[in-house]
Design a protein around this ligand. Structure first.
Ligand SMILES: [Zn+2]
Length: 101
């Protein structure tokens, strides 16, 4: 699992991973709203499960992969904001850039 985290955080910046997690969660909410518009409040298991799964995956993705590409800091407390700060509060390096090799 740690290798996967290292791989993802070495390819994508914290900001990009943050966006991916947000898109997943927003997609889940949109599917849910769309389902309500289509079917009213009659609960259909398929769309509800899909929506819950997307939100869940987005949430887990955020927990695992939204971290500083430079120092690996998990950026606790910053994740729930729509936009991450420009710099990592731990190491001060830019969150929208990958470490130079
Ligand atoms: Zn850092």
């Amino acid at each position: 699992m740690n290798k996967l985290i290292d791989f993802v955080t070495s390819k994508l910046t914290a900001q990009q991973n943050h966006n991916i997690a947000n898109v997943l969660m927003i997609a889940g909410v949109v599917i849910n709203l769309f389902d309500i518009m289509q079917n009213g409040y009659v609960i259909k298991l398929g769309p509800v499960l899909l929506a819950v799964a997307l939100v869940g995956i987005g949430f887990v993705y955020q927990l695992l992969f939204v971290r500083c590409s430079h120092c690996g800091d998990k950026l606790k407390g910053l994740k729930n904001k729509t936009k991450l700060p420009e710099r990592c509060p731990n190491c001060g390096k830019r969150l929208d850039m990958l470490p130079k090799k």
